[in-house]
Design a protein around this ligand. Sequence first.
Ligand code: PAF
Length: 279
Amino acid sequence: MAMQAIRTVAEMTAIRQQITSSVGFVPTMGFLHQGHLALVKRARSENSIVVVSIFVNPAQFGLGEDLRTYPRDPQRDLALLEEEGTDIVFMPASEEMYPQGFNSWVEVGEVTQRLEEASRPGHFKGVATVVAKLFNIVAPTRAYFGQKDAQQAIVIEKMVADLNMNLGIVVVPTVRESDGLAMSSRNIYLNAEERQAATVLFKSLNLARQLWLAGEKSAHEIREEMISLIQGEPLAEIDYVSIADAQTLEELKEIDRGALVSLAVKIGKPRLIDNIILE
Ligand code: PAF
């Protein structure tokens, strides 16, 4: 079957009703990189039909964030998705998802109030709302999210459990450049010098892993070591460095259970995030 590009909710819903086999769904904001394609490959290997959405969701961008300038390249995205054997690309316009009078929101509790929330208030309300809408429209069997956005994956899992949504959530490992930088559409904002400096995020995560493997259990000690490594990079400005319970995202004193080590660092203007799990 040739890949289909669908632009309206009505059409997407109608096509979905014809499908009786499993549907794997990869929601994206486009400007696809190898990280997205790893999600598509995984979805391809586990489902009969693969649906990918491309929608730059205004509701998850804060004031002063990069909604207007968020990188877009739909023609290239479509070519890449076709190569991966995608069946359907759902690419609605903004008015299609948020018509005049739209006025309902999905708010997930405590797990949204940590890490990213301080710098991006309301971000997860926008994410949860659009993902819930997309799940209703696409009705997937399984949906695929990247580990790079660790908190997002946890928020979605919580929403699916709390609201009895009938699908599986699959979290796929982060894809990295050869020097360890996590793939992100926003890496395009980095100039050459910043691109070099950006390796400090993964270096600090590796340092955390080494210390932990060597027997260090104090989250405070590990954070301090990470912070001093990052501060050695003049272009880096720390937003947060966190070692938290990998399920609840509560900050840990001792690493006595599965821990999410995550950080957000500004490198010049762009703000980058990354994480690893220690378990
Ligand atoms: O991870 C993203 O690209 C977005 O947050 C998502 C899940 C597509 C919702 O807009």
